[in-house]
Design a protein around this ligand. Structure first.
Ligand code: NDP
Length: 241
């Protein structure tokens, strides 16, 4: 996959899967515009990968729209930023629920709106990949708000796929299983919980960020020109178990 001459917006580019996506895109010739929260990551992305990097808290809707507009023009969009907080269903707070939906669901919608508006105005084609999770397919204990936020993101992906494809813009979702990143440390540090999850993954390991990044780049690329509106698990077979 050759991304020479292409500009790609990547949210959540500072760590984990987003950072690996940036590394791969730059290696394959893309110019990356990174949207992420921590100042240290913004500096590192500029220094290491020569990205344009914009610091933004994607929980803030107005700031998100401003950052999305500042990131344009772009050929492709990857909504990768995500966050989680572990709470059993009965103890899930409205505040945590709203925080997760703001970052995991609302921010991808806002960034995609601005990206698509700009492409349609310029009569250019494009593609969007939303990084969801296997948590949108199954109920994972202590992840009520996270599961709901990713289920909402899947709904958005499908509507985008229908409404934007006539304009030449595809939209697809990628659904990782546990992937070895800072988020996974937060969500899966309990060895008993991690072992239970691992048992359900037929390939016998958790994912590496590169496993996810390769699939994201494929769905973005012209090789996937006829793929639109899918939810692709990258889960080592977890979903068939
Ligand atoms: P990490 O926590 O490792 O990295 C997330 C990135 O998103 C960080 O750069 C973080 O910045 C950024 N981010 C989070 N919240 C905000 C915010 N409010 N504003 C701006 N940037 C923000 O996560 P992963 O790489 O593991 O996850 C990437 C995506 O993959 C997420 O959407 C996640 O839900 C999904 N996923 C991950 C799985 C896993 O096991 N790791 C499994 C399934 C799905 P900062 O650190 O500065 O806050």
């Amino acid at each position: 996959m050759d991304f020479r001459g292409k500009t790609v917006i990547v949210t959540g580019a500072g760590k984990g899967i987003g950072r690996e996506i940036v590394r791969m895109l730059v290696e394959r010739g893309a110019q990356v515009v990174a949207l992420t929260r921590s100042g240290a990551d913004v500096e590192a992305l500029r220094g290491e990968f020569g990205c344009r990097a914009i610091q933004v808290d994607l929980a803030d809707a107005d700031a998100t729209r401003e950052a999305a507009i500042a990131a344009l023009p772009a050929d492709f969009l990857i909504n990768c930023a995500g966050t989680t907080e572990l709470q059993p269903f009965l103890e899930t707070t409205v505040e945590a629920f709203d925080r997760l939906v703001a970052v995991n669901t609302r921010a991808p919608m806002i960034v995609a709106q601005e990206y698509a508006r700009s492409l349609i105005k310029e009569d250019r084609k494009g593609a969007i990949v939303n990084v969801s999770s296997v948590a949108s397919f199954v109920g994972i204990p202590d992840h009520a708000a996270y599961c709901a936020s990713k289920g909402g993101l899947d709904g958005l992906t499908r509507v985008m796929a229908k409404e934007l494809a006539p304009h030449g813009i595809r939209a697809n979702g990628v659904h990782p299983t546990v992937t070895l990143t800072p988020m996974a440390v937060k969500a899966w540090s309990d060895p008993e919980k991690a072992a239970g999850m691992m048992k359900r993954i037929p390939v016998g390991r958790f994912a590496e960020p590169a496993d996810i990044a390769e699939v994201v780049l494929f769905l973005l690329s012209d090789q996937a020109a006829m793929v639109n509106g899918i939810s692709m698990p990258v889960d080592g077979g977890y979903m068939i178990a």
